[in-house]
Write a protein that binds this ligand. Structure first.
Ligand SMILES: C[S@@+](CC[C@H](N)C(=O)[O-])C[C@H]1O[C@@H](n2cnc3c(N)ncnc32)[C@H](O)[C@@H]1O
Length: 265
């Protein structure tokens, strides 16, 4: 698959945040019939953050892209969220929503869905306001660098979150393992690592363009997480419901895990 790998230059050229949002998050107001991975991760994150076990001062999200869906439950549990991405363009798309600028993407169907999970869909406008206040920084990041936020050196965070980023950005398992080590330096010992990914996927589509995805099995990811210095506390896998009906992506399953960074790592 290496020859088909879409790396940094392809992201610079072809990954347009607005296309990505329109491909995966463009819903009717009252009905989010999203891809099965989206409903899966929204429920997982809702359960995780409403449990009260994962909370703290700072959460760093790696490879945020132009998205906010995965920060909606988290913003209730942290004083500050730091969003990061490789592409300035994605950060600008995100900033447009955070600052309520003209042309910002309409996330309200997804926000309403999360509020419904939390027990009151009427609260969606307050939820948007809360998230806008909580995302305090959006920073350039490259997970292939030893310090992914270089030249900045931030204090280690209480929680590290990453959704659908590592498998998109890494060309093989070796690079994947190194990237996980790199981002782990941003997390305090004892802090929580929340990882969401798709399994057995070789590509996903953004607008007219196909991006490669590192084909991963659950056991490989679990092993790399442990070798990086984490203790896995929760792991959930669910099959894709659109495997044979969608040509947007070819993932077979999705996986969410919660792990703790061990002391001394
Ligand atoms: C499939 S998107 C996921 C975006 C978002 N996390 C989500 O769940 O919607 C993959 C993201 O990884 C980012 N990315 C690609 N290479 C990267 C790298 N080397 N370091 C950090 N982010 C990278 C892309 O810019 C893109 O935003």
């Amino acid at each position: 698959m290496e020859s088909n790998f879409t790396g940094p230059k392809d992201y610079q050229k072809y990954f347009h945040g607005r296309d990505y949002l329109q491909t995966y998050f463009d819903f009717d107001q009252c009905d989010i019939q999203g891809p099965s991975w989206l409903l899966f991760i929204l429920k997982q994150l809702h359960q995780t953050f409403s449990s009260g076990d994962v909370r703290g001062d700072t959460l760093i999200d790696i490879g945020t892209g132009p998205s906010i869906y995965h920060l909606l439950s988290a913003c209730e549990c942290f004083r500050e969220i730091i969003a990061t991405d490789y592409l300035d363009r994605n950060l600008q798309e995100l900033e447009r929503w955070l600052k309520m600028e003209p042309g910002a993407f309409d996330w309200s169907p997804v926000v309403k869905y999360v509020c419904e999970l939390e027990g009151d869909s009427e609260q969606w406008a307050k939820k948007e306001e809360k998230l806008r206040k909580t995302v305090k920084q959006f920073l350039k990041c490259d997970i292939t660098k030893k310090n992914p936020l270089e030249p900045l050196a931030l204090p280690q965070a209480d929680c590290l979150l990453t959704c659908l980023c590592l498998e998109a950005a890494c060309k093989d398992l070796d690079v994947y393992g190194k990237a996980m080590k790199n981002i782990t330096t941003l997390l305090k010992p004892g802090g929580h690592f929340l990882l969401f990914l798709v399994l057995q996927e070789t590509y996903y589509t953004v607008g007219q363009h196909r991006f490669s995805c590192l084909y991963l099995e659950k056991e490989q990811v679990e092993q790399i997480v442990q070798e990086t210095g984490y203790c896995v506390e929760h792991l959930e896998v669910a099959p894709s419901l659109e495997k044979d009906v969608s040509t947007l992506a070819d993932y077979d399953a999705m996986m969410f895990l919660i792990a703790r960074k061990m002391k001394g790592v």
